[in-house]
Design a protein around this ligand. Structure first.
Ligand SMILES: NC(=O)C1=CN([C@@H]2O[C@H](COP(=O)(O)OP(=O)(O)OC[C@H]3O[C@@H](n4cnc5c(N)ncnc54)[C@H](OP(=O)(O)O)[C@@H]3O)[C@@H](O)[C@H]2O)[C@@H](O)CC1
Ligand SMILES: Nc1ncnc2c1ncn2[C@@H]1O[C@H](COP(=O)(O)OP(=O)(O)O)[C@@H](O)[C@H]1O
Length: 277
């Protein structure tokens, strides 16, 4: 059995800070998302909203025109384009709302360039197959089914292992941090420990909350460059869980109520205020 560290609110607080007079938008972190597709434009909208609501100083979006239009309609603060040129990027988010079987050669080359770069990358949903090509610091964010698929790709046997050991072994094999989503989210680093984040609520089991999480993770990675990715990811997962509880009306200990994914993004500022208090 691998050792599992339980992540707390105090642990999370160390990864968030109040901006000071010395800050500008770049100092707070630049996040770029190459997410969504004509089949799933909403995933791009949710991830971009979440990155802004987590406190990113600058959010860029790269994707199909129809998707970019949807992103801009929701968040005109976003700078969208066909690529990011030579502009500064502190963290990327790729894969949410995309289907790898629809990927053309140009998209493949663009994604490969991102994972070969220097900026940290959140590799979600339809981009998980690119983890093996990554040279950038990265974080893969599978749910249970995607995790099973990833293990299969890596040739890892899926039999009779507890989730923590399986996540740890997958992190070793893929050479990067694995965030295995679920009611209890596990974060495993290659050759390191496993962190468990238990901050959420069952009300989070609704379509698109994983797309929100990907945007949160992009923003916290951009704001915390050079810190251990697993700890930054744990702080992001904790804030996402807390935002779910705030959105569901559980802050005062009640049973809560149904939410949609955008409610979680909208509750992120309150969740961050709570940990900074
Ligand atoms: N508004 C938007 O734009 C949205 C866009 N989205 C985007 O859609 C894309 C496809 O994502 P996806 O997760 O629905 O499909 P896929 O990985 O093929 O899984 C299919 C099968 O896997 C299972 N399964 C699914 N989730 C599970 C879980 N948490 N834990 C365990 N099992 C789980 C389940 O199988 P079953 O349990 O029914 O056997 C299901 O039938 C992806 O790019 C995503 O970003 C979504 O985020 C929604 C909102
Ligand atoms: N029962 C649950 N309790 C707490 N959190 C949950 C539960 N079910 C799902 N979640 C969280 O909701 C999010 C769902 O992500 P994901 O499965 O990728 O959904 P989607 O692809 O629809 O965005 C994850 O952050 C996961 O940890």
């Amino acid at each position: 059995m691998v050792e599992v560290r339980e992540w707390t609110r105090d642990d999370t607080a160390r990864l968030f800070r109040v901006p000071t007079a010395d800050d500008d938008k770049y100092a707070r972190g630049v996040v770029a998302l190459r997410t969504g597709s004509p089949a799933y434009p909403g995933a791009a909208v949710l991830g971009v909203e979440a990155a802004w609501r987590t406190g990113a100083g600058f959010v860029r979006y790269v994707g199909a025109e129809r998707v970019a239009d949807a992103v801009l309609a929701r968040r005109p603060e976003t700078v969208a384009g066909a690529d990011v040129g030579r502009s500064r990027i502190d963290a990327w988010v790729i894969g949410s709302g995309t289907d790898p079987t629809d990927r053309d050669d140009a998209e493949q080359a663009a994604l490969e360039a991102i994972v070969a770069g220097d900026a940290a990358v959140v590799i979600d949903a339809g981009a998980l197959d690119l983890a093996g090509k990554a040279r950038a610091p990265f974080l893969v964010t599978p749910h249970a089914r995607e995790f099973a698929r990833l293990q299969e790709q890596l040739g890892i046997s899926t039999s009779e292992e507890d989730r923590a050991s399986a996540a740890r072994r997958t992190a070793d094999r893929v050479g990067g941090t694995v965030l295995l989503k679920g009611a209890r989210t596990l974060i495993a680093s290659p050759d390191g420990g496993v962190i468990a984040v238990d901050a959420g609520t069952g009300w989070l089991a609704t379509a698109g909350t994983g797309d929100v999480l990907a945007g949160v993770l992009g923003a916290v990675l951009a704001a915390n460059q050079g810190r251990p990715i697993a700890e930054v990811a744990a702080a992001g997962a904790w804030i996402h869980g807390q935002a779910g509880r705030v959105a569901a009306g559980m802050s005062d200990g009640g049973t809560g109520h149904p939410i949609v994914a955008m409610d979680v993004a909208a509750a992120l500022p309150q969740a961050i205020a709570d940990v900074l208090a």
